[in-house]
Design a protein. Structure first.
Lengths: 295, 353
């Protein structure tokens, strides 16, 4: 099927209205198994061990909790930025590829998703350790005389997290870029733009919805990372999920764990709201699904 | 696919689901049917899994099933699930295994049935093994270890002070439990005057080696960093390096100044199979079963009569053999139950500083 065929009969508003009832089952599922437990978590933060703001006062009073929340947000931001730098050219190349070449590129992006995050994090430990692949290569090349200490550290953590999050940046960008009308670039060329100008003033602005959709997805998922920072990051990289796990499963302090989770949820929602405000609400949702520009 | 075939398929699927439902209902009812005969269809034991699980299966579970005909299934043991099950009064576990320092807290929080010492015999048990709501079941050691490729034999650490002084990478568990104990020993606190722990002094001791520490987070990871030589010296549990050493890996260890830690068993409050669970717990404390367990995994018995049933080669690997027991000391459960949350917070604050 070509792009033209899709565009000619694609009327998303019509489809969504006629088949809205199809969403009843997933909506009910989410209500019972996601929204209701989530509400109970939020409520618990205010009532366990006693009614009121005890848990929130404890979070505000503890430098540990605030530092960890700050770490979580900055780590997620750095990972998002690095993912964008790497994913943009990849998606750009994929958007122009066809046939077998596209399929091979897509396989390289998607296949890593089949391996669990735990295994990929351990795999990076093997790469980064003292007698790991990277140190062996560096010393064989004579770049270093002593093995470099990558573990635990910010570099290893960022590489590990970026590797895991890359597909979630590439795929929204790809969906967006494939929908950009190539004739617009030819028009720019005819009007006298050089390739750099036509990229900066035509293609890049048109790809902004892809950048923001991918960025949002990666940033939000990065906020909840647990095992990768625990294995690859140093003690100063402790993230919110580790703290929540300590309270929830180690100390069984569910009130504080719930309050910490609620704060993380509130940060995520706040960022989403900013995103919706900046990009316009309806586009936000449809771009994440990859259909935005086609309608 | 045509519409009619889709419909017929959905009907047959519905039939299938209905019959599945009937099977599920039957299997759900099974424990109650069996209870009418006063014998549970099975017991569910929540364990840490892995080699520990294998050792339980080959020792206590095997004997229990032979004696009673009741099969035992195991499942993962997250403490959060225990709390949720007891709160919701929907307890699926009959026995829970976990670190003793956790189980003492669960007991205080009312998550366990009291142990019936009319059924469970204390004969032969080491002092401090029998508690109101749980029993210690074994001894592991958090001890000194080193990588033999990185560390010359003459430089091998004899004490925690040697570990601290080693000019290289030091591997330690990224938690306050046990780690603060060895930090204080390294700082010269006598082993019999360890408790109550001086937390600030322990952190100051850790501060001295902060730039040399390579923290490990999980036990499997901890064993690996010693075997691979990612670290030179440090602290690890004996169960993680015993087998690699025996198989020729470049790792060695000893029990001098070791902190002995224990697994413990408790019976979740509200289990439907309390009496059978109590019998299982009782069986697990007997000398014969404890000896069999220690042959499968290098964790020492808490029933000292079991030591008589083991040969010298096995005894040498066990933290609670007569000889090794004297070299270290037991973790103080009560200290950690009283001070756990505050110390975790203080430790995290130091980590982040």
């Amino acid at each position: 099927m070509t792009e033209g065929e899709i565009r000619s009969d694609y009327q998303p508003w019509l489809i969504s209205r006629r088949y809205a009832w199809l969403l009843a089952a997933p909506a009910l599922f989410l209500l019972v198994f996601f929204l209701w437990p989530l509400i109970r978590v939020v409520v618990r933060g205010f009532v366990d061990p006693s009614f009121g703001l005890t848990n929130y006062r404890q979070i505000l009073a503890s430098p540990v909790h605030l530092k960890v929340l700050w770490n979580t947000v900055t780590t997620a931001a750095i990972v998002t930025f690095l993912c964008l730098l790497i994913a943009y050219p990849v998606a750009f190349a994929m958007a122009r590829a066809k046939g077998a070449r596209l399929q091979i590129m897509a396989a390289f992006v998607i296949v890593p998703l089949w391996t669990s995050v735990v295994i990929r994090s351990y795999a990076w430990m093997v790469v980064f350790q003292r007698r790991g692949v990277l140190n062996d290569a560096l010393s064989a090349l004579g770049v270093v005389s002593e093995p470099v200490r990558f573990l635990p550290g910010a570099f290893a953590l960022n590489v590990g997290m970026v590797h895991i999050m890359l597909p979630f940046m590439i795929l929204p960008l790809l969906a967006n870029m494939r929908a950009i009308d190539g004739s617009l670039l030819r028009v720019a060329e005819v009007m006298g733009a050089n390739p750099l100008q036509s990229f900066l003033r035509v293609f890049l602005p048109l790809s902004l919805p892809g950048i923001s959709a991918g960025g949002l997805l990666v940033f939000m998922m990065s906020l909840g990372f647990y095992i990768t920072p625990a294995l690859l990051g140093g003690p100063q990289h402790m993230m919110a999920a580790v703290l929540i796990e300590q309270q929830a499963n180690g100390l069984l302090n569910w009130g504080l764990a719930s309050a910490l989770s609620t704060v993380l949820l509130a940060v995520t929602i706040a960022i989403y709201l900013v995103y919706v405000r900046v990009t316009g609400g309806s586009r936000a949702a449809s771009d994440t699904l990859g259909g935005g520009e086609r309608s | 696919m045509s519409r009619s075939s889709e419909i017929s398929r959905s009907i047959s699927r519905r039939k299938a689901i209905a019959s599945l439902g009937a099977t599920a209902a039957l299997s759900l009812a099974a424990p109650y049917l069996a209870r009418a005969q006063s014998k549970p269809a099975q017991l569910v034991v929540a364990t840490g899994g892995g080699k520990l699980d294998d050792a339980y299966k080959a020792s206590v579970f095997k004997v229990f099933t032979e004696k009673t005909g009741i099969p035992i299934v195991t499942t993962a043991n997250p403490a959060a699930k225990l709390k949720a099950m007891v709160e919701q009064n929907a307890v699926e576990w009959d026995v829970m295994q976990g670190p003793a320092e956790d189980l003492i807290v669960h007991g205080r929080n009312g998550l366990f049935e009291p142990i019936d010492y009319g059924v469970v015999s204390k004969t032969g048990l080491v002092d401090g093994a029998a508690h109101e709501h749980f029993l210690l079941t074994d001894f592991a050691a958090y001890h000194i270890a080193w990588n033999t490729k990185n560390v010359k034999p003459e430089a091998a650490p004899k004490s925690w002070a040697d570990v601290w002084a080693y000019p290289g990478r030091i591997g330690i568990w990224k938690r306050p439990f046990q780690t603060l104990e060895v930090a204080l020993l390294a700082d010269g606190v006598p082993i019999d005057k360890l408790y109550p722990l001086d937390i600030e002094r322990g952190l100051k001791s850790l501060e001295k080696i902060k730039s040399k520490i390579s923290w490990w987070e999980r036990g499997a990871q901890g064993g690996q960093v010693f075997v691979d030589g990612e670290v030179d010296v440090g602290a690890i549990w004996n169960g993680r390096v015993q087998e690699p050493k025996a198989n020729g890996a470049a790792v060695d260890f000893h029990f001098n100044q070791a902190i002995l830690v224990s697994d413990a068993w408790g019976i979740p409050k509200g289990t439907k199979n309390k009496s059978a669970a109590m019998q299982l717990v009782a069986l697990n404390m007997t000398a014969a079963v404890q000896a069999e367990y220690s042959k499968k995994i290098p964790y020492g018995p808490v029933n000292l009569d079991a030591l008589k049933l083991l040969d010298a080669a096995t005894l040498a690997t066990l933290p609670s053999s007569e000889e090794n027991f004297k070299k270290g000391r037991q973790l103080d459960l009560r200290f950690w139950a009283d001070n756990g949350p505050a110390t975790v917070d203080r430790f995290n604050k130091w980590l982040l500083s």
